[in-house]
Structures are given as structure tokens and as C-alpha cells.
Design a protein around this ligand. Structure first.
Ligand code: C5P
Length: 253
């Protein structure tokens, strides 16, 4: 059997050359990392859950007209995506204060923000993905002004969609991170939502109880990450169906 070509191995995913030019196979690993990989573990089933959840969000975004790199899910751990040039920014949208924003600005976690706030971090693990401004992005040529307008519009549309989907199953979308890719159609460039959208890259809190259903469970040792992600998948109705149905007990007279 021919060995497929590995293009890149990241902390949570491996990318392989796809079956056709311009496509990539994205493999979701069970590895969990936090604090720039200072904390590491392997969480059984995390990759399967993130693959299915990311498919669900990307398909939903596509259905409301937000372009993404997603083509189709191939199996439990892999999806086929369009290859694109990743803009070296982590685009973060926050609805409530949490995480680094709370730490940086001294705002209590869970405080509602006056409006969604978009932040950018420069993607560089060796620097710990530092926060940057639009000035840095323009001056260093990471994205043009037109790109930035498109990125903000995309990020806010993802926020509206994800907030609504989550709210409908009793979950608050506190914040999330997306990555943006450039694809080319002849002379035209198009920006698309790339990478993944999953509980690894969002903060998701139960609206009633405030229970965390995202990667903070791993970062802050709050219990089982698989249970938290399974809860999100169950509420959204995207858990893979059990193929074997347990039989009911039979009453013997
Ligand atoms: O850590 P911070 O509060 O800046 O994270 C904001 C949001 O971005 C969180 O939902 C977090 O999970 C996500 N994030 C991410 N990957 C990073 C940094 C943050 O998915 N490298």
C-alpha cells in the first residue's frame, strides 16, 4: 500500500496530502496541550469528537454562506479540506471576559463585554502567540487592509452563528479562536475559515450552571475532557449512533 505524504504535524492535528491537487486530509489526534505545550496528555476519543464537532460547525457555516475550507468528513478521525495559505494570525472573538483578557485587564471572568471584541495573535509557538494590533499586521504585511475588513466580517459572522447554535442547546459562547486561509480561484483570492472549530478552540459554559464544557477542563484540571466534549456533541445531536442496540430485559413468568 502506498504511504501518503505527511505535510505538517501540529499539536492536535496532522495534515496529509489529499487525493486530488488542492486538497488536504486533516487528521484529528487525541493529544491535548495547553500553555504552549507545557502541559500535555493524550485524551482518548478527543480527536473523534473534535472531527465530528468541527464538521458540524463548518457545514453549518457553509449553509449560512460563510466560506470555509471544509469539503467532507472521510471517517471518524479525518476530514478532507481545501488547501489554503494560512494567514499567520489567531483571530479571537470574545463575548464575555475570560482567560488572557481577564488576566491582562483585570476583568472578572464571565463579565459580559459591551460588544464582541476581536483580537489578533501572531501565530508563532516559539513566541507564545503574542497579541498584536492591526498596525503590526499592516506594517509586517501579514494581511492587507482589505483582508482585515474581510477577516473582521468573517469573525463576526462566525460569532453570530456559533452563539446562536450554542444558545439553542443551553451553552454560552464565551469566546473562540479561528484561523483564516487564502484560497485562489484564477486571479481571485478568497478568504475562508480554516483549521478547526471545536471545544479545543472555544470557551463554552453551560448557561444554567456555568459548568465549563471546553479545553479549560484540561487546562485547569476540572475533570474529564471527554465527558465535557461528549456533552456538547450530545446536546447538538451529533454523537455517532450506537450500531449495537442493547436488548431489553425479558420478563420470565
Ligand atoms: O487564552 P485566551 O483567553 O486568549 O483564549 C481565547 C480563546 O481562544 C479561547 O477560546 C481559547 O480556547 C482559544 N485559543 C485557541 N488557541 C490558542 C489560543 C487561544 O484556540 N493558541
Amino acid at each position: 500500500m502506498a504511504r501518503r505524504k505527511k505535510i505538517y504535524e501540529g499539536k492536535a492535528k496532522t495534515l496529509y496530502e489529499g487525493p486530488e491537487p488542492g486538497t488536504i486530509v486533516q487528521y484529528f489526534k487525541d493529544d491535548a496541550t495547553a500553555f504552549n505545550a507545557e502541559k500535555k496528555d493524550v485524551i482518548d476519543g478527543k480527536g473523534v469528537l473534535n472531527n465530528i464537532l468541527s464538521e458540524y460547525f463548518m457545514v453549518g457555516l457553509g449553509a449560512v454562506g460563510v466560506p470555509t475550507h471544509f469539503i467532507k468528513r472521510l471517517n471518524m478521525r479525518e476530514q478532507l479540506v481545501r488547501s489554503c495559505e494560512i494567514i499567520p494570525l489567531e483571530v479571537i472573538v470574545r463575548n464575555y471576559a475570560a482567560g488572557t483578557m481577564s488576566k491582562r485587564l483585570g476583568i472578572e471572568e464571565g463579565t459580559a463585554l459591551p460588544r464582541p471584541i476581536v483580537e489578533y495573535c501572531y501565530k508563532d509557538d516559539s513566541l507564545g502567540d503574542p497579541l498584536v494590533t492591526e498596525e503590526h499586521i499592516a506594517a509586517f504585511g501579514w494581511a492587507s487592509q482589505q483582508d482585515m475588513d474581510d477577516i473582521i466580517a468573517l469573525a463576526l459572522r462566525v460569532n453570530d452563528f456559533m452563539s446562536g447554535v450554542m444558545y439553542s442547546v443551553g451553552i454560552r459562547l464565551v469566546d473562540f479562536k479561528i484561523e483564516i486561509g487564502r484560497t485562489y480561484d484564477g486571479d481571485f483570492q478568497r478568504l475562508v475559515v480554516a483549521d478547526e472549530i471545536s471545544p479545543d478552540s472555544c470557551r463554552l459554559w453551560d448557561i444554567e450552571t456555568g459548568r465549563k464544557l471546553d479545553k479549560d477542563v484540561f487546562r485547569r484540571d476540572l475533570g474529564s475532557l471527554t465527558d465535557a466534549y461528549t456533552e456538547v456533541a450530545n446536546r447538538l445531536g451529533v454523537m455517532p449512533k450506537q450500531s449495537v442496540q442493547p436488548t431489553k430485559p425479558t420478563l420470565i413468568n
